[in-house]
Design a binder for this molecule. Sequence first.
Ligand SMILES: Nc1nc2c(ncn2[C@@H]2O[C@H](COP(=O)(O)OP(=O)(O)OP(=O)(O)O)[C@@H](O)[C@H]2O)c(=O)[nH]1
Ligand SMILES: [Mg+2]
Ligand SMILES: [Zn+2]
Length: 377
Amino acid sequence: MSRSLISRRSPFGRGNNLSEQPRKARPQSPLDALGWKPFFQQQLSLDEYEHCEPVRVMAVHRNRLEVAGESGESSLPLESISLPTAVELRPTVGDWLLLEREDGGYRRMLERSSLFRRMAPGAERVQLIAANVDSVLIVASCNQDFNLSRIERYLALTRAAGSRAYLVLTKADLCADTGEYLEAVKSLRELPVMAVNALDADSVSSLRSWLAPGETVAMLGSSGVGKSSLLNSLSGVQLAETSAIREDDSKGRHTTRHRALYPLPGGGLLLDSPGMRELGLAGGEEGVAAAFEDIDALAQQCRFSDCAHDAEPGCAVQAALERGDLDERRLRNWRKLLREITRNQRTLAEQRADDRALGQFYREVQGHARSRKQGRD
Ligand SMILES: Nc1nc2c(ncn2[C@@H]2O[C@H](COP(=O)(O)OP(=O)(O)OP(=O)(O)O)[C@@H](O)[C@H]2O)c(=O)[nH]1
Ligand SMILES: [Mg+2]
Ligand SMILES: [Zn+2]
């Protein structure tokens, strides 16, 4: 692929020029501003260091990737990459790729520091959400769409990926009393929370401490909670389209269609994504354990190590429920998420076995075809 075929723009050219912003921290290189870290640098061989340019995947489209690097933004046709069959090894938003300096050709993808994935809705497959995410803004709105169990699900996913989590409660301006929402999220323990008006630049500026320069921050939240509005207010530019929610149930209209990573003027990169109606957990019991530390700790005090926490004698979980120390809804959600993980892992294991069998079948067919051909020659 020739470089001249590639359109080059500044990754910061969409109205938010990083160099124009006053900054307290030490000046960053363009690569640092895109989230480049020693973790990635260390993976380069001497040859790659000399001959390759690292670029970050800013957006994924049907047949091309939008990437950004030291020399600006470009488009990388997917056909120029030999994509591995395993979904988890394919480039997703946030990934770092090495391209040949000479001709822009694809060399390889770098190892990830974190990976967000989910069960693809309606399919027995894993779908990648984003890679190399440092922290997550879980976004929920102070209206009838607020759902504590959904927030717990996002939290489990975030903890499983090993990323930091923050909770942003939007639409504080439309809500008579944010107190009840703040009270409700207290059960989530170690989760820092802020209530904002996502349409107001002053109000969202309080989130900047969670968006340090070079940090990659994803947003998880259902449609209509104000993810794109947050992005627009934080960047000071209308980067993403937004649209009004439905009046009857406060649900959104799935306005954002693509995942994309946006560098913010004060540093930090924000990932805007479509509201995900279904966010099936593809794995990560440890994420659930971390998001439900209280229940996990109780479960370890049960008399029987295989306690199902139903009616067993000496069950610490049931005892906490009776004392009123544990919310029944929270316990139900914990069980539900763990059951879901077990079910999905079984499905994925069967799927992988099927894939392997199919691969073997194709190899055998090819082998037969070759030996028949050799017999004829
Ligand atoms: N008053 C007020 N309106 C808000 C706030 N946040 C979002 N909105 C409005 O809510 C609607 C939905 O906001 P979006 O930013 O499009 O929501 P989204 O999360 O990006 O939705 P999807 O792209 O569908 O996932 C828009 O009409 C916004 O103007 C807020 O804090 N206060
Ligand atoms: Mg949106
Ligand atoms: Zn028990």
